[in-house]
Design a protein around this ligand. Structure first.
Ligand code: AR6
Length: 168
């Protein structure tokens, strides 16, 4: 089932939150910075062992001091005008996170609006990709609760519009 929240993802209390990271996985600004601040130094120590992450892929760590049990770090594409596989790479982020959630039998997962901040992906298109990719993954994983955690009101309003028929 899909849920929508206007919320700070670092407060999510379920199984996993998704981090919109960069390829180094060693922290940054935006939601990545907020997650590392809330999780504490142990998260950075664990991330150092992962050897980075390709754009469109995802890697799992513990949640450390976060209320969520795990963090799935994914690397969204930087928007470069739309002709550099940005849409497919963003879909791949959501797909890989859902695959990891499935492999580990997570019952809940919260996504931020990957790539729509510092990486400048257009918000409306990003939301369409996020929702369609998650809906497709949910066909095989009906038991998992998916939360779209929007932080800015613009993203939240876009999701409300796109999800009006799908929300519980
Ligand atoms: N909870 C939920 N969403 C948040 C939070 C929060 N606490 N804080 C920000 N957002 P961004 P990107 C939203 O820039 O575009 C980092 O430096 C924000 O409103 O965090 O994928 C990484 O290290 C926006 O909608 O990620 C990379 O270098 C969304 O999170 C780069 O930024 C994504 O914005 C990744 O850029």
């Amino acid at each position: 089932m899909i849920h929508l929240e206007l919320s700070d993802i670092t407060k999510f209390t379920g199984d996993a939150i998704v981090n919109a990271a960069n390829r180094s996985l060693l922290g940054g600004g935006g939601v990545d910075g907020a997650i590392h601040r809330a999780a504490g130094f142990g998260l950075l120590e664990e991330c150092k062992t992962l050897g980075g992450c390709a754009t469109g892929d995802a890697k799992l760590t513990g949640g450390h001091k976060l209320p969520a049990k795990y963090v799935i770090h994914t690397v969204g594409p930087v928007w470069q005008g739309g002709n550099h596989d940005e849409a497919e790479l963003l879909a791949s982020c959501y797909r890989r996170c859902m695959e990891i959630a499935s492999e580990h039998k997570f019952r809940s997962i919260a996504f931020p609006n990957i790539s729509t901040g510092i990486y400048r992906f257009p918000k409306e298109l990003a939301a369409e990709i996020a929702i369609s990719t998650v809906k497709e993954a949910l066909l095989d994983l009906p038991a998992i609760e998916v939360y779209f955690s929007c932080f800015d009101e613009e993203n939240y309003r876009i999701y409300v519009g796109l999800l009006k028929d799908a929300l519980d």
